[in-house]
Design a protein around this ligand. Structure first.
Ligand code: SF4
Length: 326
């Protein structure tokens, strides 16, 4: 099957000005560092990693909300990496984003109708009866009453605001949606409702998702495959079942160990090393394997040679020297 979206060697570097007064010089922060990624039509790819690992930057770079510094992005077979604004316009309609903070992402002075209608107007539609019909359709799709159209964001709960954010993202009938931590700011009791809604919408509208989260438990339900990111790089990617049942990268293993075990009979089974220490600065990443400063299995080679992402089983790729040993 042809990929809906493909990235090769995707890189996003920020030039950060050095702090020392007399030796002010630009330092390169590689937020996304040579990522290769393929996303199939209709699938949900979960993207997981701690805060600051570059997952949000990667999601936004894939749809060119952030311009890449290097690499290529193919969408529906077309190279969109350096399309100008005009040529990018039809692609933009097809690639949308749902933000983490539904309140911050919605203009508090606009009614819900105007918020959902705005992308249509930006893309050339008139704010007329046809556009209002689209808004009504979107409200129905996300489970909000029609009377919500005349109300303002502050009149809604966090979960309802996220429904408005979803309706806005879907108004242009996109094919690919980056869900950038869409439930992280919500109460746990509401998170499952929003994840279920996103799943229902995917089935109804044939959407493809990149679902970003910092917690493996959040993406477990919704993902077909899961990619694990550490300091700007994908360190493991596989089908969901393989990631949760037989994670191969020590970082993935530590993330899984951090997931709360709910069933008493499962507690203590398959426990692996918990993650120690903070994620190092992306301004000065560790040499060799970037995870070596926190890895319980670190070997001398890990400090000097960077492991490459390689296939260890069908559809399962890992970047770790442990998996290279005979
Ligand atoms: Fe740990 Fe070495 Fe594997 Fe990195 S390459 S994850 S340091 S064993």
């Amino acid at each position: 099957m042809t990929h809906l979206l493909s990235a090769a060697g995707l890189t996003k570097t920020y030039a950060i000005s050095g702090g020392l007064l007399l030796r002010r010089q630009a330092i390169a922060l590689r937020a996304v560092d040579g990522v290769d990624l393929n996303i199939m039509p209709g699938e949900t790819l979960g993207l997981v990693g701690e805060s600051g690992c570059g997952k949000s930057t990667l999601g936004r770079t894939l749809i060119r909300l952030i311009e890449p510094t290097g690499g290529t992005i193919l969408f529906d077979g077309d190279d969109i990496t350096s399309l100008d604004m005009k040529a990018m316009r039809p692609k933009r309609r097809a690639m949308q984003i749902i933000f983490q903070d539904p309140y911050g992402a919605l203009n508090p002075r606009m009614s819900v109708e105007d918020i959902i209608m705005e992308p249509l107007v930006i893309h050339g539609a008139r704010a007329d009866a046809a556009a209002r019909a689209v808004v009504a359709d979107m409200l129905r799709l996300v489970g909000l009453p029609q009377r919500a159209a005349s109300r303002f964001p502050h009149e809604f709960s966090g979960g309802q605001r996220q429904r408005v954010g979803i309706a806005r993202a879907l108004a242009l009938k996109p094919r690919f949606v980056v869900c950038d931590e869409p439930v992280s700011a919500l109460d746990v009791s509401v998170q499952a409702q929003i994840v279920n809604l996103l799943q229902d919408l995917q089935a109804e509208l044939g959407l493809t998702y990149l679902f970003i989260a910092h917690d493996l438990s959040v993406v477990k339900h919704i993902s077909d495959r899961v990619a694990v990111m550490y300091l700007g790089k994908i360190v493991e990617i596989a089908e969901k079942r393989a990631i949760y049942a037989s994670p191969q990268h020590p970082y993935t293993q530590a993330l899984i160990a951090a997931v709360p075990v709910l069933r008493p009979q499962d507690r203590g089974r398959g426990r692996r090393a918990r993650l120690a220490g903070d994620i190092p600065s992306a301004l000065n990443p560790p040499t060799g394997c970037r995870f070596h400063t926190r890895c319980p299995h670190v070997m001398p080679i890990c400090r000097t040679q960077e492991p490459q992402l390689r296939t260890t089983a069908a559809g399962h790729q890992v970047a770790c020297h442990l998996t290279e040993r005979p």
